[in-house]
Write a new protein. Structure first.
Length: 229
């Protein structure tokens, strides 16, 4: 994105440089995989990629084509290019994106503090779509900006239910990691410190940490290896 939209470092909009960077990333991944496996054949090497659930605004043929193209270039192409050089796939999922043309009102979903739609079923669809890669999958990021902590508990539980559904449908999901333990600095569009993703609140003036209620819910899920109904 730093070379396409220019909203991240180095802040340059140049499609040719973006293509070169993409190719360099895939080459670097392949070489790293080879070097690491040469040192340790049992090591597991993979990458964490941001994925989006692309959904057509309606069932128009052109919208379904746009979804297929967007899904390939955003969600699949890197994994495809490093096929044979990955031992697992890392999936960072936050939201969906409605694409295509529509002449009616669009479905409204609850949103995070960043305005991102909360769509738990999206994580199910992206996991199912990546099943064809025939590799173990880890959800390496999944979280919500929620300063009041009034949506995070449901966000976590509903997304985990969708992950469990994917597992029941044959997707080899090995782990789930919430983003993030602490409130953090967010780089895209240089949002800074105001989005609050943490299970633990950070007072940036005093650096004091306060455990949010949702953290205790997540801890219980981890301890019980499941969600209480």
């Amino acid at each position: 994105m730093g070379y396409i939209r220019g909203n991240q470092p180095p802040g340059v909009k140049n499609i040719f440089k973006a293509i070169k960077v993409f190719n360099n990333l895939t080459d670097a991944h392949k070489k790293a995989h080879q070097i690491i496996h040469k040192r340790d054949e049992t090591a597991k090497v993979g990458s964490a990629n941001s994925v989006i659930y692309f959904q057509p605004k309606n069932n128009f043929f052109v919208n379904r084509v746009i979804v297929s193209v967007a899904d390939y270039f955003w969600n699949r192409r890197f994994f495809k290019n490093v096929s044979g050089f990955s031992d697992f796939l890392g999936v960072n999922y936050y939201t969906r994106r409605l694409v295509g043309f529509s002449f009616g009102a669009e479905e409204q979903k609850p949103v995070s503090d960043l305005g991102w739609e909360i769509v738990p079923e999206g994580i199910y669809h992206v996991l199912k779509n990546l099943k064809s890669q025939n590799l173990p999958i880890y959800v390496t990021e999944n979280g919500i900006a929620d300063a009041k902590d009034d949506k995070r508990e449901e966000f976590i539980t509903q997304h985990l239910r969708m992950v469990h559904k994917a597992i029941e449908d044959g997707v080899d999901v090995r782990g789930y990691f919430y983003w993030s333990l602490l409130d953090n600095f967010e780089f895209p569009e240089v949002r800074g410190f105001w989005p609050r993703f943490g299970l633990v609140e950070v007072d940036y003036k005093t650096m004091a940490r306060t455990i949010r209620p949702s953290a205790k819910v997540y801890a219980a899920i981890c301890k019980n290896n499941g969600i209480e109904n």
